[in-house]
Design a protein around this ligand. Structure first.
Ligand code: OOG
Ligand code: MG
Length: 261
């Protein structure tokens, strides 16, 4: 494509998503794509999904842990939108063939009890707006070949968002030590990684505050009832048909996700 605009980029990213096809970085053809414009692309992509009937159910953070930043080669956290069409119910399998190259990552998820509106939100204020804490999995599926992107590319691509699931077990935030909360990630029963909540910007509440303050720059807030995924604690693992990825947290319980054809 010769002329990249917000509209043509949205069209191209949706074409890849629907066609299960990856492609080159947008910044290859649009090298001066800046972060502000990339978020406008992300919002325009959401508007297209909303006009197709999807509703926003929350927000995700990405690249909040060193494990993720290192793997993706981008060390700036970002946010993306979660819609109802992305939600899996616990136990529901993932039809791997419906996606490009899905990977699964364990996350600490919040369900919000109160509105959280920046700027200037502190981690303490952020935690005060949380209704419950859950074990979560995010399935990411970059619309870029080999997950190869620069920051503006991945922002435009709604932070590689694809599917997510949170456990039905709602843990009240009071009494939890989320920095110390540890998880064990398993693939087909073998432990492949471990991490604790401190991996996420020192504490997942810092990620929540960052999201609220970042959205405020776009005139937006985190709304009651929304789900917030605070970012992968470990590197993501590929999901294959017949494979199972599982996570066991100390206090938040366990989750597993099985791939089918
Ligand atoms: C970008 C999204 C990162 C996380 O939890 O860090 C993300 C990617 O890795 O493709 O969702
Ligand atoms: Mg994630």
């Amino acid at each position: 494509m010769s002329e990249w605009t917000i509209d043509t980029t949205v069209g191209e990213l949706l074409r890849r998503e629907h066609g299960r096809e990856d492609g080159a970085r947008i910044t290859e053809g649009w090298p001066d794509l800046d972060l502000g414009t990339a978020y406008r692309i992300q919002d325009a992509l959401l508007a297209r999904k909303a006009s197709a009937g999807q509703t926003v159910v929350g927000v995700k953070l990405g690249l909040t842990s060193v494990a993720k930043q290192r793997r993706m080669g981008v060390d700036v956290p970002l946010t993306g939108w979660l819609t109802d069409a992305m939600a899996l119910t616990p136990g529901e399998p993932l039809a791997v063939g419906d996606f490009i190259h899905p990977r699964v990552e364990p996350e600490i998820a919040f369900v919000m009890g109160a509105r959280l509106s920046g700027p200037g939100v502190t981690a303490e204020q952020a935690m005060g707006a949380v209704q419950s804490v859950h074990a979560g999995f995010e399935v990411i599926d970059s619309r870029y070949r080999d997950f190869d992107f620069a920051l503006p590319d991945v922002v435009a691509d709604n932070a590689s968002a694809c599917r997510f699931v949170i456990s039905g077990h709602a843990v009240p935030p009071g009494g939890l030590d989320l920095a110390a909360e540890s998880c064990r990630l398993g693939v087909d029963g073998d432990t492949v990684d471990t991490a604790n909540g401190a991996a996420v910007l020192g504490h997942p509440a810092n990620a929540l505050a960052l999201a609220a303050n970042g959205l405020a720059e776009r005139g937006l807030a985190i709304e009651p009832g929304w789900i917030v995924l605070t970012g992968g604690l470990t590197d993501a693992v590929p999901l294959h048909p017949g494979g199972t990825v599982s996570v066991a947290f100390d206090s938040l319980g366990a989750l597993s996700l099985t791939g089918t054809h």
